[in-house]
Design a protein around this ligand. Sequence first.
Ligand code: DGP
Length: 112
Amino acid sequence: MSDCIFCNIVAGQLPCGKVYEDDEVLAFHDIHPFARVHFLIIPKAHIATLADAGPEHERLLGKMLLLAPRLAKEQGLADGFKTLINTGRGGGQEVFHIHIHVFGGGDPVRKT
Ligand code: DGP
């Protein structure tokens, strides 16, 4: 097992509610949802935070961002959704493997 929870999910060593997977990216439901629909899009490769990403990650990060509206629609968020990337301890990041939160639906969603 890795020290990184999300690397263990990628490796299939921890379960997740999978929303999407390809050779580079995994998306799964957040264990503590903010909203009716709340999932995370992560790269399979370990990048700790957005601040650790470099030019070599430009295409991968673009791909992750462009997946958000497609997966949000598939998850029933036809009206729109929120995205969030917490970066670093000061940014409220708890899991140090970069991820995009995608959430929405139901009652008004917390604005963080
Ligand atoms: P952040 O604060 O941006 O690092 O958010 C991390 C999110 O990851 C948080 O909303 C809860 C979620 N999370 C943490 N551990 C797990 C897990 O083992 N499985 C799933 N599905 N989500 C997790």
